[in-house]
Design a protein around this ligand. Sequence first.
Ligand code: AMP
Length: 282
Amino acid sequence: MITVIPTTVQMRGHCESLRQSGKRIAFVPTMGFLHEGHLSLMRIGRRMADVLVVSIFVNPTQFGPGEDFESYPRNMERDLELCRREGAELIFTPTAEELYSQGFETRVQLAQLPQHLCGLSRPVFFNGVATVVTKLFNIVRPHAAVFGEKDFQQLQVIRRMVRDLDFGIDIVAGPIVREADGLAMSSRNAYLTPEQRPSALSLSRSLTLARERIEDGLTDARELIQIVSDGIHSHPENRIDYVAVCHPETLEDIDTIDRTVLLALAVWVGKTRLIDNALLTP
Ligand code: AMP
């Protein structure tokens, strides 16, 4: 049975009684418009706990001015059906007014991790993510929470925050789920026109190319970034936000690829900003 709960008080109450009865809770926070990527995280959560809790909330505080908060795709009815099929028991669907009461002024801010990659072009993003995830963790109080490697920097921000603030929640990572052609699944893929598909595919293709070059012995990060950038720029509609080779935990730039690195990309395909990444080992 699936129970959909829009209020914080009820959600807290439900989760508290589950915990009291000895149930282990796994939690998957999402912004909805669910796809196989989200469902794969639910399956991971389902396997490791007695109860799967999902939140569906398009969080306004992680969108900057001029970003796509209003146009972000939404389909609650379909999402709830998918959650039901995956065996989720509790779905938290708050409104922004429910989560952010009048006079809300507290923020969770990390010092270093947001100074890289997506944090540079989306300055409020990680502040919004860390704040809303803190609130959701405090309401649900899960034993474990599952996040996708698709948003690798976000995963590291959450891991750091959970360690730093002693949340006592296991953070579990789920691998990137891709379309058959390689495009990393994303709710924002709904923005892409069929004509933009080849441009969008250049992200995953360039990651594959990079992996091959590293297997061939390439160690110079600048050379790798150039190769990847050239592949992406071969589609005129693409505009690179960043291509970075960095340390998988600190996200600091790496010059020589002599250990596992994170190759991370953000690219505007027309008006749609896509991200993708891969861990590469020499
Ligand atoms: P979102 O709804 O975009 O905020 O994403 C909710 C969760 O799903 C986050 O932990 C994402 O990293 C994860 N996620 C999104 N896309 C994918 C994907 N293609 N593969 C795996 N996880 C994903």
